[in-house]
Design a protein. Structure first.
Length: 283
């Protein structure tokens, strides 16, 4: 039995999304996806701390309609992608309070001074310095702590390849990366296989197999899959490849979330009974 998920999707409720939640759900069903989380951006920035574009009431209304319309066809989870929440803790707390998210992505798109990581000059930048700077932001994000999985770890690879055709991986700062991943594990945080890189110049997931293997080797267990789709046609793309990548990295399970609690989908071997707190589906 196949149970594929897509846990990183943006709708028109994100400033950069182009499809309605209903269109996204139809595409997911057509693509054979069983469960999705729609994780629209809450993306504060300097001078735009409250991110007024993000409208929880509109999101909630759209999600309730979709849950009713696709009942029995698609499991739909309430999600959000928090951009650099550790830099804007008060605004982020206001969004998070009293809203029943199932799943929360924590991402670092911007540096403390407001520069987006896409704006770095990767052509002349020292790769180790760039990776160190980015990993320090991930470390600060983890210490902030109110999220479930780190979004698109290795994000800098997306932009270094797009603008400068230069491959950069966080593994070039192996010891620091290992420390940050250990901190994530200790704090109960997971990572995602973000398949957007397969559709972009990087031509591999974010992160790639090197980082996934390290995370697994040091005890990482929480692993989601997300397309990072910003339009309905990209929903579910790369999901099967991500499952095989997870298997290659040594994972036996992919993770889903319900009311911020992790559940697991088995991807290898036979279905068996898991311990307390585990819900098992078979891929």
């Amino acid at each position: 039995m196949s149970y594929l998920i897509d846990y990183h999707i943006h709708s028109k409720n994100s400033s950069d999304g182009s499809s309605s939640i209903s269109e996204i759900c139809r595409s997911a069903v057509k693509s054979g996806i069983s469960e999705i989380a729609i994780t629209d951006h809450f993306e504060p920035s300097i001078g735009n701390e409250n991110c007024p574009f993000y409208d929880q009431k509109r999101y909630w209304a759209d999600m309730i309609k979709a849950k009713h319309a696709f009942r029995g066809k698609l499991n739909i989870k309430l999600g959000v992608e928090l951009g650099q929440p550790h830099l804007f803790p008060e605004a982020t707390k206001a969004v998070m309070e009293d809203f029943p998210y199932d799943y929360v992505i924590g991402s670092a798109h911007k540096l403390p001074e407001g520069m987006d990581v896409s704006e770095l000059d990767y052509a002349s930048a020292d790769a180790e310095a760039v990776c160190g700077m980015y990993l320090k932001q991930i470390e600060a994000l983890i210490r902030w702590n109110d999220f479930d999985c780190i979004g698109h770890l290795d994000l800098i690879k997306r932009y270094s390849m797009k603008s400068y055709n230069r491959y950069i991986t966080l593994a070039c700062r192996y010891e620091l990366l290992k420390e940050v991943l250990k901190l994530a594990i200790e704090n109960g945080k997971g990572i995602e296989i973000n398949t957007s890189g397969l559709r972009q110049e990087a031509r591999e997931t974010l992160p790639g197999l090197d980082v996934l293997k390290l995370y697994r080797e040091i005890g990482g267990e929480i692993l989601t899959i997300g397309s990072d789709a910003h339009n309905a046609s990209d929903v579910g793309k790369g999901a099967l490849e991500a499952v095989e990548l997870a298997r290659a990295a040594g994972f036996n399970y992919i993770t889903t979330f319900n009311q911020r609690r992790p559940e697991w989908i088995r991807i290898t071997g036979e279905k068996n009974t898991c311990g307390s707190g585990w819900q098992e589906k078979v891929m």
